[in-house]
Design a protein around this ligand. Structure first.
Ligand code: SF4
Ligand code: SF4
Length: 633
């Protein structure tokens, strides 16, 4: 029996061939170069030649690394996170933390005695603290990359590199050279900066000894020594740290060879053309008022005769927001600014802002300056509590909002108009709740991606039309049990704030899991809880908005987490994905508490922190795939 693992990294491509006793028969390491496809063909030929074998002699091949999908002859792909854990466990069965610093990313992996991943953390798309970072610095210092480690051992700790960004760190190095600092001292400073970053990553997953380091950077003794100082432990290094990912892949291939464990994505009973994700709702001719946050009382806008539209973030990066706003502003605000500056929102009669966060408040300030009184721009002050005083306060805010609409558009909104609008939205919420209950009670033929995409579209559809569609859909839905559920697909829950990119749900399901439930303000949370019809519609609306499923802008984080955990336990869900938009303080401040509670309850959790762009799609896919591998190991 012979199995092969191929690890296509950004700098090197490695292959390891093992026999049924997990002994290494041959291994090869080559530079990846510009084409991962060419690198994989080259290394495949090279390793077969070295072992005097032909392709037909191999029983199973697993590809890993960032170029893993480019290996046409692989039987399966597995993430490098899972492979490094397995490979490190082979040489060091007592390993409980693996630090892998590769060409363009660094990872800290927590693993069990069998080499299964328990948790992991991965750097984002920035190359700081990786092999590429060191390569750039060696070039700037005009020394060989391989000499950096030994040189730094002779260095003194008398300079520091404060920037984590490769480009800025390079300018710092240039300044240090200009100030006549010695090369060994600069090398030492660079290694200390890497150690700081990577040790924080390792501590985030809960550092446990024995610590093993893999990947090309493990050959740099300077980085290893600085990391040991930061982690206060000795780090074990395999003889050939660069091939550990490929070795892990070959071992998993051996374990899988008779098991036919190739994971399939969740089966979709509908083909793409008839998928509910593709349904389009006609653009109604009603005049429209836009809003950003789902705490906006849409019933009042509709009662005024306008159709409320939630403004989505987009991939439009041409409006000039990048030039106007600083980098650490959430991508939702940036893309809204782009949309405004591009004129894409000019068709709206007005916009309703809320005090979701400081960014939103400042966006309002900028917006009213641009519009200069020409449009209806209104700022709603929404409480963060849901007690009686807050409900009364928000009821008054809603009434004032109604009066401002009346003044601006010269109309009269009666209580009956508001109650008619409430009934309309209540009807839609009822239908959606019924539909979701049916779906969540068992698989009835629609994937999580399809349902989420449908709900996201439904938020902006005219309620009469959307409720009719959902109602028909529910009556046509297959019965539970009519559609075979893939038992092996772990059930996942997704929550967080805004999730504009539904492709993330598709990625989760393509990686072999099923999203059976979500709590997102761009999804089911919008349809949660009805408004009671009373003589005081303002108070009833206020009650509904403040007491529905809350988002992270509201206080009582512990209550929120408790509710989510109880839902996960009730529905026997295997794990959860917490989604946050980069630089969204609310969701990011919640995260450490979320993590702590999930760990206490032993519920696997993955945090994805991304923006609206598709720039980090590869990284996100790897994280999701590794998380699902962790659940199915
Ligand atoms: S996450 Fe909360 S504050 Fe942000 S848009 Fe959604 S409902 Fe509003
Ligand atoms: S996603 Fe977060 S930071 Fe961005 S606008 Fe919403 S609340 Fe503010």
């Amino acid at each position: 029996m012979l199995t092969l693992g191929i690890d296509i990294g950004s700098l090197s491509t490695d292959a390891v061939l093992i026999n049924e006793k997990k002994e290494i028969v041959a291994y090869e390491v080559i530079a990846t170069g510009a084409s991962s496809k060419k690198a994989c063909d080259k290394i495949f030929k090279q390793i077969l030649d070295a072992a005097k074998l032909e392709a037909k002699d191999l029983d199973y091949i697993i590809a890993t690394g960032y170029g893993r999908v480019k290996v046409p002859f692989a039987n399966e792909v597995v993430t490098e996170i899972t492979c490094h854990a397995k490979g490190a466990n082979h040489f060091f069965p007592d390993a409980r933390t693996v630090i892998d610093i590769g060409g363009q990313d660094s990872k800290a992996i927590k693993l069990d005695a069998k080499g299964n991943v328990l948790d992991f953390s991965m750097n984002d798309k920035c190359a700081a603290g990786t092999g590429r970072f060191l390569e750039v610095m060696a070039r700037t210092l005009e020394i060989e990359l391989d000499d950096m480690g030994e040189l730094s051992l002779k260095g003194k700790d008398n300079v520091s590199i404060s920037s984590l960004c490769t480009v800025f760190a390079e300018s710092e190095v240039v300044s240090l050279i200009g100030a006549d600092h010695k090369t060994p001292d600069i090398c030492k400073a660079l290694h200390i900066s890497i150690a700081k970053r990577v040790s924080a990553q390792a501590k985030r997953v809960g550092l446990e000894e024995t610590v093993v380091m893999t990947g090309g950077v493990a050959k740099n003794i300077g980085v290893v020594r600085e990391l040991e100082k930061k982690l206060l432990c000795t780090i074990k290094i395999p003889k050939e740290p660069q091939i550990i990912g490929a070795l892990g892949a070959a071992i998993i291939a051996l374990e899988n060879v008779n098991a036919a464990t190739k994971k399939e994505s969740v089966e979709n009973t509908d083909d793409n053309k008839t998928s509910i994700a593709n349904v389009q709702f006609d653009d109604d001719k009603m005049p429209k008022i836009g809003y950003f946050c789902t705490y906006t009382p849409v019933e009042i806008i509709r009662a005024a005769g306008y159709h409320p539209i939630r403004i989505k973030g987009s991939n439009n990066e041409n409006g000039g927001a990048e030039e106007l706003l600083c980098n650490n502003i959430c991508s939702y605000i940036k893309t809204l600014t782009d949309e405004k500056l591009s004129g894409n929102l000019d068709h709206l009669e007005g916009i309703v802002f809320t005090n979701s966060c400081d960014g939103m408040r400042r966006l309002y300030d900028a917006w009213i300056r641009i519009d200069n009184g020409k449009k209806f721009n209104y700022f709603l002050d929404i409480p963060k509590n849901s007690d009686e005083a807050s409900v009364q306060y928000f009821a008054d805010v809603i009434q004032t909002f109604k009066e401002e609409l009346e003044n601006h558009f010269q109309l009269k909104i009666q209580n009956e108009d508001i109650n008619t609008s409430i009934s309309l939205y209540n009807g839609m919420r009822d239908k959606v709740t019924l539909f979701l209950q049916k779906q969540w009670n068992g698989y009835v033929g629609h994937s999580g991606y399809e349902i989420y995409t449908l709900l996201k579209k439904g938020i902006n559809a005219v309620p009469e039309k959307f409720q009719d569609y959902v109602s028909t859909l529910t009556s046509l839905m297959k019965k539970i049990g009519d559609v075979p559920e893939k038992n092996s697909a772990p059930k996942l829950f997704v929550w967080g704030s805004i999730l504009e990119n539904e492709e993330i749900i598709r990625m989760i399901e393509d990686a072999g899991a099923r999203v059976v439930s979500e709590d997102l303000c761009t999804g089911s949370r919008y349809f949660d809880k009805k408004v009671e019809i009373t003589d005081n519609p303002y108070k009833s609306i206020s009650e509904r908005y403040l007491k529905r499923s809350p988002c992270s802008r509201m206080v009582d984080v512990f209550g929120r987490i408790k509710n989510i955990i109880s839902l996960i336990e009730r529905r026997a869900i295997s794990g959860a994905i917490y989604h946050s938009l980069k630089f969204c303080d609310h969701t990011l401040y919640d995260y450490p508490l979320v993590k702590e509670e999930f760990e206490r309850k032993h519920i696997p959790l993955l945090h994805i922190n991304c923006d609206n762009s598709s720039n980090s799609e590869g990284q996100i896919k790897t994280r999701i795939q590794a998380f699902i591998e962790q659940l199915t190991a």
